[in-house]
Design a protein around this ligand. Structure first.
Ligand code: FAD
Length: 469
């Protein structure tokens, strides 16, 4: 790891003040290890700017001394994008305030280091909804969520993080500040710069604040149903939408083995509907009025029973019961870790191709590892599956580890063969950068490189992520 020049360190420490930096090895190790701990990096210096002016001055210093930086929020990213590999870390977590809320414009301005729960709470206090919701919402920050274009459980109705921003404030790699915090919904004045930074994983600039879209508050009706096949699950989604339209906010698929895994791993969890059927769907219909939401959901389910798409089902009688459904869904990733070796991929295919994708991908994997087990769950309403190939911890002759590369290749190739994407919502980082360079149309990779070079000619912003130049 190269140490930044002494002149840079002295100037950065002066600029940031005693609370704004650290060289403590324990702290540096913390910010070099992401939430999952599956990979670790290293950094010589942690900077924690407290304002846009400080952040801009810091980036100017980095540019002057050619010091590379990794912007960091909650460090919950899953693709090795926010973990430093020799760069200094610029943690945004001191910039965490809500600057303003405008309920009539349905917007709020919030700093990039605020966790998602802060945006949700500020919206709620104003009688509005900020709909992004995901398992890491207590820690993941607004800047990180924008930079990874995060998805979560409400994408079906509200879109991804990209769809939820009205404007941004960004420190460009030169240190210049772009104030694009407009709360406008219509603004056709050329390239829409905010979209460049959504999904850029910190490679084009340091986001310091964002204007987010708010929505009317809604009440949710939730159901847990059992299905016989993925074909039925896909047909069920179409049917529920036919009855409830855009009010279907979530539609999650859960395999029966994932429910069993969670029940074994998490004390106190209960299967809402014990059944040998292979698939569960957790769905939600959200409307301003709870009775209407429940009525729409029940009507849709009646039709689904009539068409034999659902064999058994329960509509949550209370918020607590709905939460117990979600608890099972949200605990799957952690329980899966306890289960044994797993190869996990976050992929998307068109919803209509989900059954064919699962059948052919599973068959191809089983040809290599006949003992493989599959835990396939996720945001099926968006065509987004978390596809995991597992080997139980108690396997007497474990073989999965020896086949990680081959199985990963199968999953990627099958995904592409079904018209999909090898990164649905987690991003690219260092993990999928080279694979994407292989499968993405060359013109797209070249355009990305050109953008990166134009905005960051010195290559100081999170180098080596998304696209190599
Ligand atoms: C339990 C769990 C559940 C999850 N569920 C989901 C899910 O359902 N859907 C989903 O999409 N993701 C999910 N994730 C992934 C993760 O939460 C997201 O990637 C999140 O958006 C990252 O936010 P962060 O603040 O932790 O960013 P970090 O991990 O710190 O950084 C992520 C990337 O953003 C960049 N970055 C961070 N802040 C800034 C900034 N201010 N300016 C410029 N660049 C910046 C970093 O350099 C890095 O490239 C989950 C993660 C966990 C641990």
């Amino acid at each position: 790891m190269t140490q930044p020049p002494a002149a840079f360190l002295t100037a950065a420490k002066d600029l940031l003040g005693p609370k704004g930096w650290s060289e403590d090895p324990e702290r540096l190790s913390e910010v070099s290890t992401p939430w999952r701990g599956t990979f670790t990096g290293e950094t010589p210096f942690l900077a924690r700017p407290a304002s846009t002016a400080e952040a801009a001055a810091l980036v100017k210093l980095c540019a002057a001394h050619h010091v590379a930086m990794t912007p960091q929020g909650g460090n919950t990213g899953l693709v090795d994008a926010g973990t430093p590999h020799g760069e200094i870390v610029v943690s945004m977590t001191r910039m965490n305030t809500v600057r303003s809320v405008d309920p009539f414009n349905n917007s709020l301005v919030i700093e990039a280091g605020a966790p998602l729960v802060t945006a949700q709470a500020a919206a709620e206090e104003a009688g509005r909804l900020f709909p992004l919701s995901l398992g890491s919402e207590g820690t993941a920050t607004i800047g990180g969520l924008i930079s990874t274009n995060a998805g979560g459980v409400n994408v079906l109705r509200y879109g991804m993080m990209r769809d939820l921003i009205l404007g941004l404030e960004v420190v460009l790699p030169s240190g210049e500040v772009w104030d694009g915090l407009s709360g406008l919904r219509k603004n056709n004045t050329g390239y829409d710069l905010k979209h460049l930074f959504a999904g850029a994983e910190g490679t084009l600039g340091l986001i310091t604040a964002a204007t987010l879209k708010l929505f009317p508050q809604v009440q949710r009706a939730s159901a847990w149903v059992c299905c016989d096949s993925t074909e039925d699950v896909v047909a069920l989604l179409a049917l529920v939408r036919q009855h409830a339209g855009d009010t279907v906010t979530s539609f999650e698929i859960i395999p029966v083995n994932a429910v069993d895994m969670v029940l074994t791993d998490v004390p106190g969890t209960r299967d809402p509907l014990p059944s040998a059927l292979p698939w569960r769907v957790l769905m939600e219909v959200s409307m301003v009025d709870e009775t209407h939401a429940r009525a729409a959901l029940e009507k849709a389910l009646e039709a689904a029973f009539a068409q034999d798409l659902v064999k058994d089902g329960v509509v949550a009688a209370s918020k607590a019961q709905a939460q117990s459904f979600w608890h099972i869904r949200e605990t799957i990733p952690l329980s899966k870790r306890a289960y044994g070796t797993a190869i996990n991929q976050d992929i998307a295919v068109p919803v209509s191709r989900i059954p064919a994708f699962i059948d052919s991908c599973n068959a191809a994997v089983l040809e290599i590892v006949p003992s493989a087990e599959f835990v396939i769950f996720g945001h099926v309403g968006d065509g987004n599956l978390h596809y995991s190939v597992c080997e139980p911890a108690e396997a007497t002759a474990p073989v999965l580890k020896a086949h990680v590369a081959a199985i990963t290749r199968i999953i990627f190739d099958q995904t592409m063969a079904h018209g999909g994407s090898i990164s649905a919502e987690h991003g690219v980082g260092r993990l999928k950068r080279d694979e994407l360079a292989r499968i993405r149309p060359p013109a797209a990779t070249e355009a990305m490189r050109a953008i990166k070079k134009a905005l960051d000619p010195l290559g100081i912003m999170n180098p080596g992520r998304v696209v190599s130049v």
